[in-house]
Write a protein that binds this ligand. Structure first.
Ligand code: AMP
Length: 604
């Protein structure tokens, strides 16, 4: 008997999940389902992505709602459109053998009319991103007065994205006696606060820091010089001919640039980030899911919660600003009992971050060496050989051509034929990798040739902390603010130190020698018709070493915001030119530039 029956799940749901291959409950399902099925508790589940939490709350919802009634009884809020669609699909799958279950996905970037129509037809479970949900509530197009359960999924991410106020407004339209189930990967003070605010003596469950897949993930890091990063990345990809990977970048611009460079260089890659239209994003995801795309280059937010099977490699082209995000990233691979590799390409200054991540994941990274050109050629050659060996021959179709083919090769020996055949692809790599340099930055921990070469550590270059009267309420995240500052002041992103985005203001560090230039560049500047104010922060100066020693908080300079000078074959556009892919940062006064175009901009 399927053990889900013992947890109290009815047969028609168990039949559906058996078809999905769920044979045993995951730990969070085992522990939370009996509690949630009571329907009488608020609940806080501290669980990483990939732990099976969608089913942990989805199945109890299906047990507890009355599907004879056709009005909203459960509301699931989540941070991104992709996750919204995934949760909706998952719940529909669990309910495959049930009658009259109506689940609707409400998210920005898609036709609101369609969503309104679906709501009007009758729905019991609404899965939504906060911005679009609020829009629909404001149109008085939905009635939440009979909602019994609210699920806040990936609560930490929703707060990171500045959705606190939207969530407050949405929840104020639901009855006080509803039960709230909150799931979060981390429990920062803000999540604690909302747990306290919305919940009454919640049942709390912590699933540790590892996800179900973590055991099967190998973590590797490669140390390279900043300017070699792209070339090193390509070499890693070339050395894994069967790769089906997801590549994480820190910003939307970096994501787009890397994808564009890869495409130009002949790779089967595309970008997924919040500046794309919903239609473009759906198209990219469809191609990726169908595996007609080999490399998906993505931001954390766009890829949050994405569940694609059989991803072989997660590549951290840039490490995330928030160390905790590493677990979300690596959890994209090694799903459902498979194995996978999570790779970080770092510069020597980021070794400290690797050590911090090791503490979080409870696992050691392996220091790997960027393969030599010879290694890559050999790998590619044998990949071709294996492909030839394993190819499925369509006899019916090819038989008509065989006589002509045989005739063409009649004077060639078997050895000669095989050598020529294998050389078709091999020559391409041989040409490319002839005289390929060693890309490994041979560093000892704490000391770096790279650093010395670039002069980054030649003496403590002092930084000044500046205040700016723009923050998350203006739609900025760290990457956006960095772009805005660099664009306005024409300083390099590499020189900007720690960036701290608060609600209505932010702080950022610039080298002392740039303070005047940066301040002057904002004279008379306006944002949404409001004067932008820059001031030296009262908290004084810091130096670069001190900043670095704060580990994960500081933006590491070598991460390649501006990589025009990279010798590694990278041909990304000039971020500050105002041209290229994104039209510079000209649209800052208009549409939100992050991964949530449905979010409304608030003016102070
Ligand atoms: P989630 O954390 O909800 O995103 O789930 C992570 C992945 O685990 C998804 O691919 C689920 O389909 C899968 N999954 C969830 N529960 C189980 C289970 N009990 N057995 C096998 N796979 C599961």
């Amino acid at each position: 008997m399927n053990p889900f029956i013992n947890l109290g799940i009815r047969h028609d749901i168990v039949n559906a999940i058996s078809e999905l291959g769920f044979e045993n409950p995951t730990p969070i399902q085992e522990q939370s389902i009996p509690v949630l099925l009571r329907g009488s508790n608020d609940f806080v589940g501290l669980a990483q992505t990939g732990t099976g939490k969608t089913a942990a709350f989805g199945m109890p919802l299906l047990e507890l709602l009355d599907f004879e009634e056709n009005h909203p009884q459960a509301l699931v809020l989540c941070p991104t459109r992709e996750l919204c669609l995934q949760i909706t699909n998952d719940i529909k799958n669990y309910a495959k053998h049930m009658n009259n279950v109506n689940v609707v996905a409400v998210y920005g970037g898609a036709s609101i009319q369609d969503q309104l129509r679906q709501i009007k037809r009758g729905v019991q479970i609404v899965v939504a991103t906060p911005g679009r949900m609020l829009d629909i509530i404001n149109r008085k197009a939905i009635n939440f007065s009979q909602v019994k359960f609210v699920v806040l999924d990936e609560a930490d991410e929703m707060l990171n994205m500045g959705f606190q106020e939207d969530i407050d407004n949405i929840l104020s339209t639901t009855p006080d006696e509803k039960k709230t189930w909150l799931f979060s990967a981390t429990m920062p003070a803000e999540v604690r606060r909302i747990a306290k605010k919305y919940m009454d003596n919640p049942f709390e469950l912590t699933m540790g820091t590892k996800n179900i897949a973590a055991e099967n993930i190998e973590h590797e890091y490669y140390v390279v010089r900043a300017r070699d990063k792209y070339a090193a990345f390509k070499r890693i990809v070339d050395n894994n001919p069967e790769i089906f990977g997801i590549v994480f970048c820190r910003t939307k611009i970096e994501t787009q640039e890397i994808a564009e460079s890869l495409i130009k260089d002949g790779y089967n890659a595309d970008a997924l980030h919040g500046d794309l239209s919903q239609q473009q994003r759906d198209k990219v995801m469809k191609r990726y899911r169908e595996r007609s795309l080999q490399l998906l280059i993505a931001t954390d937010v766009a890829a949050r919660g994405i569940d694609v099977n059989d991803i072989t490699h997660v590549i951290n082209f840039s490490l995330p600003d928030e160390i905790e995000s590493y677990t979300h990233r690596s959890g994209r691979t090694a799903r459902a009992g498979k194995t996978g590799v999570s790779i970080a390409i770092i510069n020597s200054k980021e070794l400290g971050k690797i050590r911090q991540i090791e503490r979080i994941i409870g696992k050691k990274f392996v220091k790997a060496e960027i393969p030599t050109g010879f290694d890559v050629c050999e790998k590619q050659l044998f990949s071709i050989v294996h492909k030839v060996h394993n190819v499925q021959v369509n006899k019916e179709q090819i038989v008509q051509y065989l006589p002509r083919i045989m005739d063409e090769f009649k004077d060639m020996s078997k050895e000669d034929f095989i050598t020529r055949f294998a050389s078709i692809e091999f020559n391409r790599f041989l040409d490319y990798y002839e005289n390929a340099p060693d890309l490994n930055a041979n560093v000892e921990e704490g000391r770096s040739r790279d650093r010395d070469e670039r002069g980054a550590s030649s003496g403590p270059s002092a930084f000044t902390r500046l205040f700016i009267n723009l923050g998350s309420v203006d739609g900025f995240n760290r990457g956006d603010l960095l772009g805005y500052i660099c664009n306005q002041s024409e300083i390099s992103g590499r020189t900007v130190g720690k960036i701290d985005v608060k609600g209505v203001f932010s702080f950022f560090e610039v080298p002392n020698e740039d303070v005047e230039k940066v301040s002057a560049s904002f004279a008379g500047a306006e944002f949404n018709s409001r004067p932008v104010r820059i001031e030296v922060s009262g908290e004084g100066t810091s130096d670069r070493r001190e900043s670095s020693s704060r580990g994960g908080e500081r933006r590491e300079g070598g991460s390649g915001y501006k990589r025009r000078d990279s010798g590694g074959g990278y041909r990304g556009g000039d971020r500050n030119s105002g041209g290229g892919r994104s039209g510079g940062f000209r649209d800052f006064s208009g549409k939100s530039r992050d991964d949530r175009p449905e979010r409304k901009r608030r003016v102070l």
